[in-house]
Design a protein. Sequence first.
Length: 350
Amino acid sequence: MKSLIALVLLGQILASKATSEPFPPLVSSLPDCDDPESEAAANFAVDHINSHSLHGYKYTLSRIENVKVLPRRPTGKIYLLELDLAETKCHVLSPTPIQNCSVRAKVEHAVEGDCDVKMLHLDGQYKVLSTKCHSSPDSREDFEKVCPDCAPLALLDDVNVVNAVNTALAQYNTYNSTDHHFELLEIARGRNSHMPPGTFVEFAIAATNCTEQEAKEHKDCHVMTGEHAQFGFCKATIFKKPSGEGPALFAIFPNVVICDIFDKQVGHSHTHLTKHHLGKKIPSPGAGYSVLDLIHSHNNTLASHESHSAEVPVVQASPVVKRAAEVPPVIQPALPHLQQCPGKYRHFDI
């Protein structure tokens, strides 16, 4: 009997030593939306969104709507951000830093973006895990309140817009001083004016391996890719002839086609953009839309109003094996801090 009691006591002693202490509770934090920590994470997220956009324009941070920070085992933090963005005048192909890009004015029919971003912060570095974005122009009603006589955005496949782009590109190819014939990459924006009758358009172009004369002689011209790729962005106003009828009768009167050809950038060939635009694997994202929505930044979201970047898997460190069951972590909100959100508008509200 004494041996049995001793054995039981020994087992209890060993079990008590093998049982690990429970993990301390995980504490989430709710920093203010205008806190430097929140702004640093938001700016990184916006840079990621711009560098992964396949169409349209770059966006800049307008307001941080909400932010939440969750701890991550064994180390690191997870940021959950809700961001309001404002469309700039810089196309995604432009090498201009976002800090130097002008925000589109309300009288030009401004566009707002809304994004939910999930990020990892580990060892002082950010990594975007997923994004979900949507962008839309100011409502017609609000736009007319700002500028009753201004031309609103037209559909990107509007016949006047398409004809104006074709006319402007032909004019540029005829008189451009480069050695290359350029092809249309995408129509980015269009507005029809009634007084005077005409159409204002913005569109992206890409250089081919042909000169203008070679392009006239044959159709075997291909957009250059890789280190030879060269892109440009054009703005043009095409007026109808006073005596003309129908959308096809356009004339540049006067000549107002301006194209900015971007310098070739080492390490920035935009290969993903050329493959996306010129691979003919997707329908035009502008069909039926007045803006190149952020939802079109991913090929598999054309039928959706949400775009999701592929979530990057994060390798979790293997926990130390314990013989006793671990206590599940408990996330407790940080108190008594009262979060100040949403943050301030850096640009106008749409």
